[in-house]
Design a protein around this ligand. Sequence first.
Ligand code: PLP
Length: 395
Amino acid sequence: MLKTRSYQSLVPCYLWLNSLLRTVKQYRKPRRAWRECSRDALVHNAKTIQENLPGKTALMAVVKADAYGHGATHCSQLLEKNGVTIFAVATLDEAIELRKSGIRSDILIFGYTAPSDADKIQHFDLIQTIISEQHGVALEETGMRIRCHLKIDTGMHRAGIPRNQMETIIHFYKSDILAVEGIYSHLGSADSLDDEAVERTQAQIEAYDGLLAALQKAGINPRKTHLQSSYGMQNYDNLQYDYVRIGISLYGCQSDYSELTLPLQPVLSLKSRIALIEYVAEDDFIGYGNDVMAPHKMKIAMIPIGYADGIPRNLSSTNLKVSVNGVAVPIIGRICMDMMMLDITDLQEVSVGTEVAIIDSQDAHFSAEVLAEKAETITNEILSRLGKRLPVIYK
Ligand SMILES: *Cc1c(COP(=O)(O)O)cnc(C)c1O
């Protein structure tokens, strides 16, 4: 009697487990379009970067904008397990999302946070960047003890307290309210080795180093220091600060089509599946507008991914090619919000359900760099705009 009852009580549990399993399976095998990331590549990149840094320098993983489209929580959890101890994001909400997902490491917010949110910075134990004197004073006026890094403008003229405002900088270090744990600046031209760019970068490095020395002289320990991002690390690898702030390199990409100086591996592929195949007669129009007319009878495939997923619409007329089982297939017609078309006239082995890679991490012909170049932008923009409606799958 007892036995039967306990068996019966397991039935709802079994049903629930079953539905959970179904959901998980569905999630792992998306049908429409998805971002597919390689755990091994991400960990490999983090280790490779770390191994190539000077002894005292640590990797700060920049995971803003959903880790440049790579899924911030998943990515950060994996990196934290593999020894990364500090993460950086652009906004308060991004930082809170990481905390809530269980990240226990330091989290630095690069961007502006309103002083009225100081309680959240404190509650989630985040580190806020002070982006200007006014910002710092307003944060101080909240009376809340929050952890901060000072951002210094050494010549990029975007954000930061001007390098020569020593009094302001010292004031924040001596504040009883703000806990200033570090000081950093950002390079404006570290990606280029042109004479003019190098000159600008050298001037910024000197300004930053000069400031650190002046602080020491005034009896202030600047605490954590950092200046370089991906290109700063690659092009100025003799510098030795506490951190390098690495975004794009961590994901195995270059911003543009330049050579990588480290053996990094691209992490992300962007995939979809053919949802429909049809034949188009000669002289028929294809897609929106009447600029594309079939020059002959054509076989067309529609893939259910579009500019709302982050594929720039201005790629429509660039003769972009995507990978169908490794074969380069041109897109045709204008890219729509949720769909785009491929010219598969010459392809035999395709059917509804065939996988298509718009970015293929395993094949340089279909890299994010190629896509970015055709879209006349940088990979950072392409990757960071991949829409949230694309699930992220780590393999
Ligand atoms: C985004 C960002 C970085 C990372 O830049 P990458 O070129 O992607 O490595 C570093 N520092 C700051 C302040 C940033 O905003």
